[in-house]
Design a protein around this ligand. Structure first.
Ligand SMILES: C[S@@+](CC[C@H](N)C(=O)[O-])C[C@H]1O[C@@H](n2cnc3c(N)ncnc32)[C@H](O)[C@@H]1O
Length: 232
């Protein structure tokens, strides 16, 4: 991917995104918040205390206010190849996180720096043949026992495919099926890689959302995540 691709969307990213997902009846913050809530719940379930989190491909820093709200003890590093997106994020979120540029290959941190890593809707913008090596690079900067959460669009969901096909910043996107992403996480050396499907009901059917915790096995959700662990 051209490093400048998301530079040109940085200022308008939120409004473009909001327009693209309007069929869901939700705003971009809904999609950003559920991810951090899920991560916080997974870590709490396993009694994992995260001091440092890496938001890999953080863009304009959507996750930052939700880390502040749901994981206040965790310091967030937002990493991206788009300098302009990072500048927009830093201007918007100030000292709540650090915003760091990345060359697309080597994460500029020593081994074992982070307790948890998140990648939200990033890997479908990266050539598939680079996925395993980048997941390995994320694994390198996690502590032993550190957690990985890769959130992606589910190509099996027709509404998701429609949203991606009509989104300007997804012009070059190549969606990844959940079992493929899980296999890539394992090939990169992660253990205990599991898939959970998410986002089944639009805003109009939000009263049904409590059921979603029982549906994470069903490959029909609009998004999914792969949760994995660095053995150690
Ligand atoms: C659709 S945006 C998602 C941004 C953010 N994670 C979110 O959920 O809103 C995809 C982001 O991936 C970034 N990206 C693309 N290739 C990357 C790479 N090789 N490493 C890290 N980030 C990358 C883009 O610059 C862009 O900010």
């Amino acid at each position: 991917m051209d490093e400048a691709e998301f530079d040109k969307f940085a200022d308008e990213y939120r409004s473009m995104h909001a327009a693209n997902i309007r069929l869901s009846g939700e705003d971009p913050e809904y999609f950003a918040e559920y991810k951090v809530v899920d991560i916080a719940a997974e870590l709490a379930r396993d009694n994992v205390v995260a001091r440092r989190a890496l938001d890999f491909g953080a863009g304009v820093g959507y996750s930052v206010p939700f880390f502040t709200r749901h994981m206040p003890a965790t310091r967030v590093t937002c990493l991206d190849v788009s300098r302009k997106s990072l500048d927009v994020g830093a201007a918007r979120h100030g000292a709540a996180a650090e915003f760091v540029h990345f060359d697309g290959q080597s994460i500029p941190y020593p081994d074992g720096t982070f307790d948890v890593a998140l990648a939200s809707c990033v890997f479908h913008h990266i050539p598939h043949e680079e996925h395993v090596s980048l997941l390995g690079e994320i694994r390198r900067v996690l502590v032993p026992g550190g957690r990985l959460f890769v959130f992606e669009h589910n190509p099996l969901n027709p509404l998701t495919r429609h949203a991606v096909n009509t989104c300007e910043f997804d012009e070059h996107a190549k969606l990844v099926r959940a079992p493929t992403m899980r296999r890539r996480a394992r090939e990169a050396g992660f253990a205990a890689a599991d898939v959970r499907y998410r986002i089944f009901f639009p805003h109009a059917l939000r009263s049904l959302r409590p059921l979603e915790t029982k549906l994470t096995w069903l490959p029909a959700g609009a998004q999914y995540y792969v949760a994995a662990r660095k053995a150690g």
